[in-house]
Ligand binder design. Structure first.
Ligand code: 4NP
Length: 151
């Protein structure tokens, strides 16, 4: 079983979408996908309604997810950790205990042909921001699911 973790700041907007998208592109028999936030601000909360809505429009149900905070212990459970932006990257790397853990972490948009480097935080923007985030994550998860299936 390969285990992948999606990480953002609040675990209510971007990483729940990334979790739902990657899960939908990989066989559940061989892959486990989860998500977490570097902050504990929203621990126990459901995803933001705008993320739930944009996922639903694309046939994905992410409504039963619950926010939780990332911890150093996640390095022992997960094989690969995808972060949404450089601030998430720094917060996660700070908890890595060795080189092996450090190497598990990557920016989700770090793949050939990606339009930008970071997934913008849509929390304070309008609904259009969530469509854009969905589109960025959909393309990234297409790439990463193909890579993971080849391993
Ligand atoms: P996320 O978005 O990191 O994509 O879940 C955010 C959600 C909440 C906050 C910031 C970002 N907040 O500051 O409450």
């Amino acid at each position: 079983m390969t285990k992948i973790l999606m990480v953002c700041l609040g675990n209510i907007c971007r990483s729940p979408l990334a979790e739902g998208l990657l899960k939908s592109k990989l066989p559940q028999t061989h892959f486990r996908v989860d998500s977490a936030g570097t902050s504990g601000y929203h621990a126990g909360s459901s995803p933001d309604f705008r993320s739930v809505e944009v996922a639903k429009q694309h046939g994905l149900d992410i409504s039963s997810q619950k926010s939780r905070q990332f911890s150093g212990y996640d390095f022992e459970i997960f094989d690969q950790i995808f972060v949404m932006d450089k601030s998430n990257y720094n917060a996660v790397i700070r908890l890595a205990k060795n080189e092996k853990e450090h190497h598990k972490v990557a920016l989700i948009l770090d793949y050939p042909g990606a339009e930008i480097e970071e997934v913008p935080d849509p929390y304070y923007g309008g609904d259009r921001g969530f469509e854009y985030v969905y589109d960025l994550l959909n393309k990234a998860c297409d790439f990463h699911s193909n890579q993971l299936m080849k391993q």
